[in-house]
Design a protein around this ligand. Sequence first.
Ligand SMILES: Cc1ncc(COP(=O)(O)O)c(C=O)c1O
Length: 527
Amino acid sequence: MSNVRAMRSAEQIHQRIESEDHLMHPRGGATAGSTGPDLLVLLAQSGQGTLRRRLRDALHDAIRSGRLPPGSRLPSSRALAADLGVSRGVAVDAYAQLSAEGFLVSRPGSGTVVADTGGQVLEHTASVQGGPAVSGQAPQEIDLRPGPPDLSTFPRTTWAKAIRDVLRTVSDADLGYMPPWGVDTLCERLTEYLGRVRGVRTNPSLVVVATGATQGITLLARVLHGAGVVDIAVEAPSNPVQRQVLGRYGVRVWDVQIDDEGLVVDVLAQTPCRAVIVTPGHQYPCGMVMSASRRGALMRWADRVDGLVIEDDYDAVFRHDKMQVGAVQMLSPARVALVGSVSKSLAPGLRLGWVVSPPGLVGDLRMAKRDDDFGTGVLEQYALARLMETGEYDRHVRRLRRHYRKRRDIIVHALRRELPDAVIEGYAAGLHLLVRLPPDVGEERFIAAAEAQGVALLGTLRMYGTLPPQPCVVIGYGRTSSTMLEEAARRLGAALAAVRQTKPPTRSARDGQAATQRRPSTAVDYF
Ligand SMILES: Cc1ncc(COP(=O)(O)O)c(C=O)c1O
């Protein structure tokens, strides 16, 4: 499915489906060529429920009538959506509903198959997807924890073509042990791209290709610790994984508060630190963009203490509102190590990122990378270089910006409506925003109430070290469809009401409740 089609609004798809012939054969016309088993899907006429419901009913009828006997393999949700010209979410939701009802089962490796019910007739509940739970059945889970982007936007065809082109053109020698800090061609393309898009001032000899921003920070922590830097500051709150990484290398981690301009540099200056990790493009998790005056102050601090700023530029390429804001690195390339990755723009699973090093650190950093893993996979490096060379990467990011901005607008609007006395902020860039809860609503109780409504949220309690946390939740909206974002906001409104209707539990009751409410999560939680 092309990205353009994937990003078409639900309304447009709906209108198109309703005006079209309703007997669609997936292998026909423009959609031919999708992978997966062939399947005729007979959608009911418009006016008989939403597209989601009609698709679910059509699959259900095919199963009940025996046209799809037990064990029949269904196309992947991606292939079905592509074949029918509907958004992937519609197909995913239909499969999820039928799985919850026992008609389908998902098997690792063999996809989705029709369940063997042993002749037993299952009741088709025909609930509206995303609506309230049907009796006795949990509502579909909506995972709003930040982290992965919308993985259905991964440009599979473009990536496959880039890999093919690479395999056709690289020499045998190019597949050998290449420079562990990255192949020349990618270091060159990254230099151009980051200069053009983020204002980064560097040259290819200062770029170290890593397996992600996380490896970049890990390598920097090791190099700094080796150089005797044992005190490193982080923003409070900040990414807990990074705190753990620093801790593992014996670094003393200092919490420095942030305000609406970003890290408070005056407070940083009171610590013994000579290095700090910051997220100036889109603070994680609070989402503010570091102001120009703070950027200047940060660089003056770095000069004064002969220090290093580690700039985690993880998602700032998705700037939604104002003009693009460049990287802090451009102010002082000798004082800043910028780390970034394609984890938000392509997929975290590629494990492909970079460090733009100050000249003084690059030798040690290259050696640290060599010691760690002898380099990142070269095929992927060449493929990314190719995407950058051909302009495909720029086009993809531009499309994604529109895609995420639309979701951002929907969730901000819906949250303002459903949680009128919470403060919604930090949404000018990236794929997440912050909800500051009303003073009478505790973070843990709200998260538990949301969980009871089938919505997974991430709080910020674990993102502080020594400073007192503020009751907030982080909402990642990137990978949830517009319809489900609306539904999620409604459920969060209900969760807020539920928290307010119940007295805070006693400590022992709370512990017991938390244990029983914790559901096995389908998403892997590494954060
Ligand atoms: C603050 C922050 N930095 C960086 C990353 C990305 O890490 P990586 O590039 O290693 O996938 C994330 C991932 O969600 C993040 O939250």
